[in-house]
Design a binder for this molecule. Structure first.
Ligand code: EAX
Length: 328
């Protein structure tokens, strides 16, 4: 009899713990084939396997976000973390966090980085760890840094081969101050719009242009609404993978280790995918009908030097000296 009661109690506690499992909702503004979505699937698998079911991760790409009252908007996603909204984790461009903690946008300075390996070394450095601490007052804990790639310009009907071709271009950007200032310095007219609304806006002619890394252009089928691609690489687009601080603090030490290890594993997969796709997908975009140009980046860098200088003033000499050391 005693054994039966004990077995029932054990079973009960297991069922109770299973029902009291922590559910973490991870949302992002792109479709399910984007490298951030593929990496987040690995994150989910790793967390659920290694937490032995005490944590469940639910993934919300652009098509699923509306089911929890969210838009495919990086601003909306980041605000959900800050204001304890429906998603508990998100991944978004570092520059999008700049309005909550100024220095977090430093990696997005125009033409700061020219290759992935130096950029990753910087993003994994104690300097970035220190800068990211500034986000904690906004309920944001950074677990890792996915990669979006190097941002390039696409247009509907104008070939961009030199800075003069950017003049007057009505270009959609994320709500990212550095990217917007960079486009203005190049002579374009930037306007922010949620990423989820971008394809329809381009199709309707609301914009002449947009700018995003090559993997985003391909995986979200922007080649269907953009004819020209100019490989400007004007901004390196690191993407902090973040979690609500109050959710993070509720995890046990063992759960924190599982989540942190899974975040790094997912980050490394994401980086490999983005680096490989940046090299391989130009040919695929040409196959889809895009006309690709490679402008003289020296001219573009010179035209955006003022942006680099204005933000360097804001970040301060100490931080900028440390950052520049990573670009050598
Ligand atoms: O990658 O809104 C944007 O352009 C961002 O790059 C978005 O996360 C898609």
């Amino acid at each position: 009899m005693k054994k039966t009661i004990l077995a029932a109690l054990m079973a009960g506690s297991f069922i109770a713990s299973a029902f009291s499992a922590t559910v973490i909702k991870l949302g992002y503004s792109t479709g399910s084939s984007d490298p951030r979505a593929v990496a987040s699937k690995l994150f989910k698998e790793e967390v659920e396997k290694n937490s032995k079911g005490s944590i469940t991760v639910e993934l919300y790409d652009s098509s699923r976000l509306p089911t929890i009252g969210m838009k495919a908007s990086d601003t909306n996603l980041i605000e959900s973390i800050i204001n304890r909204g429906p998603v508990d984790m998100t991944v978004s461009s570092a520059g999008n966090f700049g309005i909550y903690a100024t220095n977090v946008g430093v990696s997005a300075l125009p033409f700061l980085f020219t290759d992935f390996d130096k950029a990753w070394k910087f993003m994994d450095s104690d300097i970035v760890k220190g800068v990211n601490k500034e986000l904690e007052s906004s309920n944001i804990v950074v677990l890792a840094h996915y990669d979006n790639g190097f941002r390039c310009v696409t247009t509907t009907s104008r070939q961009v081969t030199k800075v003069a071709d950017m003049k007057g271009l009505k270009i959609r950007t994320p709500a990212n101050q550095i990217v917007m200032e960079t486009m203005t310095a190049l002579g374009a007219r930037p306007e922010p719009l949620d990423f989820g609304k971008l394809p329809a806006a381009l199709k309707a002619g609301q914009f002449d242009s947009q700018e995003n890394p090559i993997p985003v252009i391909y995986n979200n089928k922007l080649y269907q609404v953009q004819k020209y691609l100019a490989i400007t690489n004007h901004s390196y687009d690191a993407m902090p993978l973040v979690i609500k601080k109050d959710v993070w603090n509720k995890l046990s030490a063992a759960e924190k280790k599982v989540v942190q290890d899974a975040a790094i594993k997912a980050q490394n997969l994401n980086r490999t995918l983005v680096k490989d796709q940046t090299n391989s997908l130009v040919a695929s975009l040409k196959k889809e009908g895009m006309v690709v140009t490679r402008p003289d980046l020296g001219e573009f860098k010179k035209a955006t030097q003022s942006v680099f200088e204005i933000f360097s003033e804001i970040y301060g000499k100490d931080l900028m000296d440390k950052v520049i050391a990573f670009t050598k």
